[in-house]
Design a protein around this ligand. Structure first.
Ligand code: NA7
Length: 537
């Protein structure tokens, strides 16, 4: 069985979130025997780990779900942007339909893996001393498998409750009338702050960089309206693969200054009203390429947001007149009354770019200006060693025994954002140098998952033992990823997209910035041309 000390299987998948489950389902249909190793206690990947207050997906349903008819047919949601509890229920539903759980070993963390060329098998080791042998190793570990904890002295000294967002206790933390500190203003920090503020005595947000957050426009959904729409789902899912980011909308075919100022203002307004990422991903097509166009969008955002904050000090910290970075080159969070909430007298925002946190004490946080603030609960929403951290942390070694963490020490090399030279028959998805951070998760996973499944089918049909990317192909892919990114405004901003959120991490574009359709085309070409860029044996 899945937990046996010496597991043998065709395919070992690591991770039971959107990616791992999709791969297992598709490969089973082709007759591959698959097992999943999952470090957590349940299905759902990030939705298993993320149970912090307010954890919620920023992509609308039904875009944020599988395109598999057997799964979507009779499933409906209670709101446009569901919270983690409902997403966990969704994964139970997926399990009922696809029967995943019986082939998953939970609480099973991979700590070592190497491909043995003579037997053409991966040998995979777990933390508790088990060994698995598999022809294929598929990594579906997501882009946020390794948490980032800043190195402040005293982190373990705090006497109140202190938790990283993705280690939030399942039972929750009572914040009623408590003094809550939230450190970090990524998607996570914004969500924790606005949710805890509903019951906490006070919320203080420690902000290094303002989140250029957009109105979510949350809406309850009825079962009837969703069931009525089901006939359109096949079309919706087909269309999402034709858009840049795998959404239901795309950048419009117009540049910012093609419109008159009035028309532009009206268009921006409409994006805000529709809510979600429309102001980001359905904006003018030069938004992420042209600094001046980007500034116009920023100015609109700042005008709208500043009007919601009456306290001038808070207004300048949360929505400064001068942009902290080009709009959309860091991930905007979707907010619900975030600005009105922070504007209230009992809540506060501290600019830790000006006065960094220098120490955690038994009772609170000390900043560089010597100020000490006391708290009962501290939420660390400081993010992740994103995109590459998880894979570097699994004890993976190439055929010569060189750790992946060494190979990726000074930069990241992959081929097609799904394979690595020296790691035969290993495929990964939703990771480095794929569309990952610039796409809707399920769309990216299905695009890459289908490619991986087709590649494995081809290997089997053509009786090939293994394929291994060449170093030249990797160099070419790295150049491609860089070249696509260099045309955009992304490289000018310090973000986790660029590896710039973790001290000492090489600064480089970690994601493929050409959009899903172009990405899919490039990957298909490699496969259709007889495994171009791979050696096969
Ligand atoms: P993010 O987006 O990486 O946000 C982390 C936040 O923590 C961000 O505001 C950082 O400021 C801040 N941070 C990190 N380290 C420090 C230190 N040392 N001092 C002060 N502030 C710090 O993580 P999330 O969990 O919010 O979101 C991750 C992704 O998951 C998200 O994009 C979605 O796709 C889902 P900074 O901006 O670097 O100045």
């Amino acid at each position: 069985d899945t937990y046996s000390k010496n597991l043998k299987t065709d395919v070992l998948i690591v991770g039971a979130g959107f990616g791992g489950i999709y791969l297992m389902h598709k490969l089973r249909q082709l007759g591959f025997q698959c097992k999943i190793y999952e470090a957590g206690k349940g299905l759902g990947g990030i939705w298993h780990w993320n149970c912090y207050p307010g954890a919620r997906v920023d992509t609308q349903v039904p875009i944020y779900e599988y395109s598999l008819p057997e799964v979507w047919k009779d499933w409906t949601w209670s709101e446009r942007y569901p919270g983690f509890a409902e997403l966990r229920k969704y994964f139970e539903h997926v399990d009922q339909k696809l029967g995943i759980r019986k082939d998953v070993a939970f609480d099973t963390r991979v700590v070592g893996a190497q491909f043995d060329k003579p037997s053409a098998k991966w040998i995979v080791e777990t933390e508790d001393g088990r060994t698995a042998k598999a022809r294929y190793l598929l990594l579906a570990t997501g882009f946020a498998a390794k948490r980032h904890f800043p190195g402040w002295p005293g982190l373990d000294r705090f006497k109140g409750e202190i938790h990283h967002s993705s280690f939030w206790p399942d039972a929750g933390v009572d914040v009623k009338d408590k003094r809550v500190a939230v450190i970090g203003t990524g998607s996570t920090g914004v969500q924790i702050a606005q949710e805890t503020a509903k019951t906490a005595g006070s919320v203080t947000v420690f902000q290094r960089t303002p989140n250029l957050a957009l109105p979510m426009q949350q809406k309850p959904l009825t079962r009837e309206e969703q069931m009525d729409r089901k006939a359109q789902y096949p079309e919706i899912y087909k269309n999402r693969m034709t858009t840049f980011a795998g959404f239901q909308y795309d950048f419009i075919d117009k540049n910012t200054y093609d419109d008159t100022p009035e028309a532009r203002e009206a268009f921006y307004e409409k994006c805000f009203e529709n809510g979600g990422f429309e102001f980001w991903l359905a904006n003018y097509k030069d938004l992420l390429f042209d600094a001046e166009a980007n500034r116009a969008a920023y100015d609109f955002w700042a005008k709208k947001t500043r009007a919601r904050i009456s306290d001038p000090r808070k207004r300048d910290i949360l929505a400064p007149v001068e942009p902290p970075h080009a709009f959309g080159t860091k991930r905007p969070s979707l907010e619900q009354n975030y600005y009105e909430m922070l504007d209230r007298a009992e809540n506060d925002v501290v600019d830790i770019k000006k006065t960094p946190i220098v120490e955690v004490t038994e009772t609170g946080l000390k900043t560089a200006d010597g100020k000490h603030r006391e708290f009962d609960v501290v939420a660390l929403a400081t993010g992740f060693d994103s995109v590459t951290g998880g894979m570097k942390n699994m004890g993976l070694k190439d055929v010569d025994g060189v750790p992946l963490s060494e190979k990726w020490k000074t930069g990241t090399w992959s081929y097609l954002g799904m394979t690595c030279a020296g790691f035969p028959n290993m495929f990964f998805l939703y990771g480095a140098q794929g569309p990952t951070a610039f796409s809707n998760g399920p769309s990216c996973v299905e695009c890459q998952g289908d490619w991986i499944v087709d590649a494995m089918k081809k290997l089997r049909d053509e009786d090939i033992q293994y394929c291994d990317a060449t170093r030249e192909a990797e160099e070419g892919w790295r150049r491609r990823v860089t070249e696509l990114s260099d045309k955009t405004l992304f490289p000018g901003t310090s973000s986790w997209y660029m590896g710039a959120n973790v001290p000492g991490k090489p600064r480089e574009q970690l994601n493929y910035a050409g959009g899903i359709p172009l990405y899919e085309q490039e990957c298909r070409e490699a496969l259709d041309n007889g495994f171009r860029g791979f050696v096969t044996a």
